[in-house]
Write a protein of this length. Sequence first.
Length: 161
Amino acid sequence: MTDDTTVRIRKMREEDVPAAMDVLDRYDMAPKTDQEDAERSEIRVENSFVAEDGEDVVGTASYIVHSDTLAETASMAVHPDYRGEGLGYRLQAARLEEMRARGIETVRTETDRPGTIDWYIEHFGYERVGTNPKKHDFSLSDVDEWTVLELDLDAWSDGRE
């Protein structure tokens, strides 16, 4: 356990990918690079962040840009030893701030974890907009659909000021 001043959030580098994949794999959320039509097939380094404690990657979050105004969050995870320390919030805020700086207006997020759904709604102002069936076993194996959430990025940013 650490205080949040010892863990820094920074842009991902190519050499961080294996450690980020390890963190994601703990939750069965690592991109499936060898599977056709995978839920996620890659980590886009240029759109990704890591939480770093010393030289250890202990969390990761990324996003995918779909258009000039629409983006989607990609898998976010924090190492179990660091959960409850606010790193997920800091990773999420970092990617939202970067998306907003790029002109993104709407952010979609798909998740299958009830606690995570509530967290996104409570802390960031997301709204439920629907569901999507899962393509294969990914994340929670006993849940067969994603809950689709949407965020008005300008409203979120205005609420922070």
